[in-house]
Design a protein around this ligand. Structure first.
Ligand code: MTE
Ligand code: MO
Length: 475
């Protein structure tokens, strides 16, 4: 648009909040959306894009792809963006230089390797997490994979011969397509609450190292059958999975599950090639990853190129010396990884996503609406979510929101989370500060423990204590 001033991306970045006015870019336009923020139907979610490009946010919500919205935005145009500088050639010595681009809303807990979670307000905005917002947990650089050379090998431990290998195309053509909607949670989800008590080794995850997607692929059972292996009868104790991401010492990421789990989940474990209807994005394992529903994220190996039937667990660092549970008195001098079990099925968990920690409720509020998620591993559905506005002295039961019709799963094969909501009165004598709590019971009546202290461990894994959020009430 001629006649309007030109700005750099840096100029736009300086306008992130109403005090300095809220600017966003869309294509090569600069827009001042300050006055629009208050009336935005998505609440103040538009602020997530403040000071940056609004395109990736709008792409997530089909309702924005409408002529009127663009017209409305054009009215707020205040300038044009200077031609974006060509990106300098990637630094060849940086193993992370070829990592993919990420959505600006993701909140990184580390950049190299890339680890990030979506803002909680967006997490519970979509039952199926959009691929761009799905949390990312990478231990190593994202491998660059040429699909033409790619093969998945199935091998038998101790035998030189591989049983078989498959291209992605063969997997798509030969085997029936199986779709499954599962929630994937990192063992370190909610670690930050443990870190507040005593430092632990691990990324400072909030409560959004958890996401849900629909995965499409071939079942592991079908693929093994094709190799002449019957899961019911086979004499190996473990199935190992190897990824193509490699550390500086040349070893790749790997994990395994007991064969017994493969039998239990016979029609549910899939070698996935699609995530939410498209090729799996690079960050999430392009072109193949294994999906083991109800199981900790760490076993769901991305960039999967080898499956090994074995009598041993995977020898990888992440199977042997990580992702295991310990009691609160075990420290780095006394820890014995050999004596603990690898984490597989995850325990029941839940979290309050709205309101957020430290938020101030409306003046003179006498009630509060809580929203969040609940999920349990092993296919256990959620029977109940309880909430409290007095730190856990008195409780009310939250409403479990209906899952999308096509995604209804039974209480004992519930692979995906539930969202819940509750509006509850504030305690009468609250002196301006209120502690909100939630806890869930799963379909085996497993419950969440009441304190983080009770589950604290040196790696900060498996935090499923009651989730507490402190809010202020303006008087
Ligand atoms: N697979 C490979 N090859 N490399 C990895 O670093 N991280 C694991 C698992 N699979 C990992 C992997 C861990 S710890 C988690 S929690 C999940 O992938 C995260 O999956 P996501 O990045 O798709 O969310
Ligand atoms: Mo993880």
């Amino acid at each position: 648009v001629k006649g309007l001033p030109t700005y750099t991306l840096k100029d736009v970045k300086a306008h992130k909040d109403p005090a300095s006015r809220v600017w966003v870019t869309y294509k090569n336009g600069v827009y001042d959306v300050t006055d629009y923020v208050a009336g935005h139907p998505g609440g103040n979610k538009i602020l997530l894009a403040a000071g940056g490009d609004i395109g990736p946010f709008w792409d997530m919500y089909a309702q924005h792809k409408q002529g009127e919205i663009y017209e409305m935005l054009e009215k707020l145009r205040i300038g044009n963006i200077l031609e974006v500088e060509e990106r300098k050639d990637a630094d060849k010595s940086d193993p992370y230089a070829n990592d993919p681009k990420r959505h600006p809303a993701l909140i990184p807990s580390s950049v190299k390797p890339f680890n990030a979670e979506p803002p909680v307000s967006l997490l519970i905005h979509n039952y199926i997490t959009p691929n761009d917002l799905f949390f990312v947990r990478n231990h190593l650089p994202v491998p660059q994979i040429n699909i033409k050379d790619f093969k998945l090998d199935i091998a038998i431990d101790g035998s030189e011969k591989k049983a078989k290998s498959f291209t992605v195309d063969t997997l798509k053509k030969v085997f029936p397509k199986r779709k499954i909607t599962t929630t994937l949670q990192c063992a370190g989800n909610r670690r930050s609450e443990q870190i507040k008590i005593k430092p632990v080794k691990g990324l400072n995850w909030g409560m959004a190292a958890i996401s849900t997607a629909e995965w499409t692929g071939a079942t592991l059972d079908d693929v093994l059958k094709h190799c002449g292996v019957d899961i019911e009868k086979v004499n190996f104790a473990h199935i190992q999975f190897e990824g193509m991401d490699r550390g500086p010492d040349g070893t790749s990421y790997g994990a395994s599950i007991p064969m017994e789990m493969a039998r239990m989940l016979k029609n549910e474990i899939i070698i996935a090639y699609e995530m939410n209807g498209v090729d799996i994005p690079r960050d999430h394992g392009y072109p193949l990853r294994v999906i083991v529903p109800g199981t900790v994220g760490a076993r769901q190996v991305k960039w999967l190129n080898k499956i090994v039937l074995s009598n041993e667990e995977s020898g990888s660092h992440w199977q042997q010396r990580d992702y295991k549970g310990f009691n609160a008195s075990v420290d780095w001098d006394t820890v014995d990884f050999k004596k603990s079990h690898a984490i597989q099925f995850l325990p029941v968990n839940s979290a309050i996503c709205e309101p957020e920690e430290g938020q101030t409720l409306e003046k003179d509020a006498d009630e509060v609406t809580l929203k969040g998620y609940a999920w349990s591993g092993g296919g256990r559905g959620i029977f109940r979510v309880d909430v409290s506005a007095d730190g856990g002295k008195t409780w009310r039961t939250a409403d479990l929101l209906e899952k999308p019709e096509s995604l209804k799963q039974t209480d004992y094969r519930a692979w995906a989370w539930v969202f819940w909501e509750a509006t509850i009165p504030l305690p009468e004598n609250h002196d301006g500060k209120v502690e909100l709590v939630c806890k869930a019971s799963d379909s085996q009546y497993n419950v969440q423990p009441d304190s983080v202290e009770g589950v604290w461990n040196l790696r900060g894994c498996l935090n499923n204590a009651w989730h507490r959020v402190h809010v202020n009430v303006a008087k």
